[in-house]
Design a protein around this ligand. Structure first.
Ligand SMILES: NC(=O)c1ccc[n+]([C@@H]2O[C@H](COP(=O)([O-])OP(=O)(O)OC[C@H]3O[C@@H](n4cnc5c(N)ncnc54)[C@H](OP(=O)(O)O)[C@@H]3O)[C@@H](O)[C@H]2O)c1
Length: 350
């Protein structure tokens, strides 16, 4: 089959990948379903697994990258899934699996765990369906299972990064759960973010974000959940008592990643940064708010809830740009890595 194949690592992903026409087609096995891939959406984790010092030890070479997929069922273990050969589906191959086995989605065929695959809602295309899984699981894990977001509980939620792949779905989920939502973006993304229905938008380029939050949300309008889906900035957490309720939860999906660019020294800095956030008690100057660094874990019930929200149009696909399969390198990866994409970067495979 045709596949983009990682042939080296520790270099820019654009240099690591080669388009090959004779890569072995995977075969279905117990618990896994073979699908013909129509569309793939990109996520930062997949290129970071190739490029980032330390993290790239996990990446198998040769291997195929990418996790989010939409396609049609070809073969495999369909027992208990309600799926049939030929069904249009969407789902996730977790990045840990693509890294360990080398079997990711940026190819004509991929196998997916039968519990992480479901019918594609009819009201979205393959390109649109592929945008949801990883980013929406991340938003659901962060806001609902970790942050404690509940339907109709009138909670106040702050989401940093409302225009990114995770942010566009986090804002919609928080709205679907009736929360009061405040989010951030630059002026270039404002129109898009406004269309997702948040109650307030802060332009993080206008004034330092922490200053804006302290000025506007330090009275009896503090947040129940602060969700950082953009920067991992330690200060946003350490200053949070000013705008996060005492029993509120600070949820982060970025953490001290920026330090990892600096090899061993960066690793030590990242470790110190995390100790400071997670275990330093408040009597020793630690921040008196709960902090959780979330590593996305997909679940079948969340996948079904995701599909229902899509059918009800409470979760609308946000596509930044669709690229052809041959354009994955350099165009699609350049766009994803720019940190400026609005919603999701998609590759149409066939
Ligand atoms: N822990 C996990 O399980 C997990 C899962 C998924 C993602 N992540 C991490 O979460 C982060 C976000 O992922 P993503 O897929 O959403 O990334 P993305 O789509 O590449 O994010 C791009 C967006 O970020 C916005 N942005 C850039 N700098 C910003 C800032 N300072 N403040 C607010 N918004 C800013 C940009 O908006 P403007 O152009 O308007 O500035 C752009 O729309 C990444 O670091 C990723 O690795 C972690």
């Amino acid at each position: 089959m045709r596949a983009w194949v990682i042939r080296k690592k520790g270099c820019p992903v654009q240099e690591a990948l080669r388009l090959e026409s004779d890569y072995p087609t995977p075969t279905a096995s117990p618990g896994r379903v073979l699908i013909k891939v129509h569309a793939v959406a990109m996520n930062p984790v997949n290129w970071k697994l190739v490029e980032t010092w330390g993290l790239n030890r996990m990446q198998k070479v040769p291997g195929v990258p990418e996790s989010d997929v939409a396609g049609t069922v070809v073969d495999g273990d369909l027992q208990g899934t309600g799926l049939q050969v030929g069904d249009a589906v969407f789902g996730l191959v977790p990045a840990e699996h693509t890294a360990k086995t080398g079997q990711g989605c940026l190819a004509e065929y991929v196998t997916v765990d039968k519990h992480l695959l479901t019918k594609k809602p009819d009201n979205v295309s393959f390109e649109e369906a592929a945008t949801f899984p990883l980013a929406t699981f991340t938003a659901m894990n962060s806001l609902i299972s970790t942050g404690g977001l509940r339907k109709g509980a009138n909670q106040r939620v702050f989401i940093n990064g409302g225009s990114g792949g995770v942010g566009v779905y986090a804002v919609q989920i928080a709205r679907a759960y009736d929360a009061y939502v405040v989010t951030t973006c630059s002026s270039a993304s404002r129109e898009l973010v406004q269309s997702l229905g948040p109650d307030e938008i802060l332009d993080y380029k206008e004034r330092p974000l922490v200053e804006q939050l302290k000025a506007k949300f330090s009275g009896d309008n503090k947040f129940d959940i602060v969700f950082d889906a953009a920067t991992g900035d330690a200060d946003l957490y350490h200053q949070s008592p000013a705008y996060l309720k005492p029993k509120g939860m600070f949820v982060d999906v970025v953490g001290p990643q920026q330090h990892l660019k600096h090899g061993y020294v960066g690793l030590l800095r990242a470790f110190g940064d995390m100790l400071n956030r997670l275990v330093r008690p408040s009597f020793l100057g630690g921040t008196p708010r709960k902090y959780k660094l979330v590593m996305m874990k997909p679940t079948k019930p969340e996948l079904e809830e995701m599909a229902d929200l899509i059918r009800q149009e409470k979760l609308k696909p946000i596509v930044d740009e669709v690229f052809k399969f041959e354009e994955a390198v350099p165009k699609a990866y350049e766009r994803q890595k720019s940190g400026r994409s609005k919603g999701k970067v998609v590759i149409k495979v066939q």
